[in-house]
Design a binder for this molecule. Sequence first.
Ligand SMILES: C[S@@+](CC[C@H](N)C(=O)[O-])C[C@H]1O[C@@H](n2cnc3c(N)ncnc32)[C@H](O)[C@@H]1O
Length: 444
Amino acid sequence: MGGRRGRRLPAEPVEIAIERLSHEGRGIGYHDGRTAFVQGALPGETVLADIKRRRRRQEEGAAVAVTAAAAAERVEAPCPHFGICGGCSLQHLDTAAQVAHKQSALAELLAHTGNVSPDAWLAPVTGPTAGYRRRARLGVKYVPRKGDRVLVGFRERFSPFVADIDSCHVLDARVAAVLPALATLVRGLSIPDRIAQIEVAAGDHEVGLVFRNLRPLSADDRNALIAFGDAHSFLMFEQPGNESTVAPLGHERMRLHYELPDFGLEFAFAPTDFTQVNAAINRQMVPLALDLLGLEPGQRVLDLFCGLGNFTLPIAQRAGDVIGLEAAEPLVERGRENAQRNGIANARFEAADLTRVAPDAEWLGGQVDRVLLDPPRSGAEDVLPAIAGLAPERIVYVSCGPATLARDAGALVHTHGYRLERAGVMDMFPHTGHAEAIALFTRH
Ligand SMILES: C[S@@+](CC[C@H](N)C(=O)[O-])C[C@H]1O[C@@H](n2cnc3c(N)ncnc32)[C@H](O)[C@@H]1O
């Protein structure tokens, strides 16, 4: 074992008994002295697995058949491309069981990484499991050898190739419906091999499509893209260089919009700005975070990693004043713009890199009653000492990386004297291995 020969991939699928699910939803079993991570396999099942990668102690593969004891939670995947397309990994698992698994994975991470457990679990936040995905980067590949076609879709599982899909179960239905038409559109351009990706940015009423063109578009290309946009009511954009080069095609609008109706708020965003992927979950997540913060008039609040103000503006409606801190300048500008368009005067947005907090940062001065954190997957480790120094009574932590939430929860509890009162999962990314979580920390 362990030599070069031992790492050769088995020519035929191998039988593996699955013992448990990994945090991101792969079946774990043992084969040939290695731990095997098997996509599409569930605990209790014995599966035939096609091994795709092998290392000294681990191998990875995908189930091609269940040979014994199909799990009770196993369901028929709703999408015909499941198993080949790498966009989803859990469609074979009942959606309620997906959520339960994400909660138990979070509990395990909190216990093992952070050595903490919440006083109580929040009910999971769930929403539609189909057509929820408002943001996506669709790969584009010109394949002259495969019938001179263009493929538009997610990458294949276990390969860098773009999957050959004509529908998508999770993508916003307005875009999923036109995947084949998008491929035909790109095929008809003068540079079908120079479109690197199409970025999807959907709002409540508009859908933006950003074509990353590696070479300039011809006049005919522009006309074709504009006509497509008109026919499908999409806002079309080209992106010849970095994000600052995104420009509208056939229209003048650089903003899309989404609403939080419970708060009477409308947010404007540029097609490459960060927005939450799942609108139905976002509409539940924001009021939940505010309830957990326990806001009262007059309180001073910090919203860290605030983006374009998704939490900041609702907080401003219930608190005395709020400061939103965010590294990306365009999002800071968008926060200000959104405060203004919604007539909110008690929210301030400042640019700050929260991995490097200067001890004399202005926002560290004065009383802070509540802190909301919504960091990227890497977490908020570097900013925790500064926050703890402000001693807010409550901290609400929203996370798309349960492992870093667990790490940071450990620090808040064991180093900074907070208590983990509540934790819960939110089904922001159904059918994928990703999980969104929320936690309330209090100081007594
Ligand atoms: C998960 S998003 C949350 C955005 C916002 N709260 C929302 O709900 O739309 C994380 C945000 O953190 C920002 N960010 C990433 N690294 C950062 C850093 N080092 N300092 C400050 N902000 C950062 C990103 O630009 C992004 O807007």
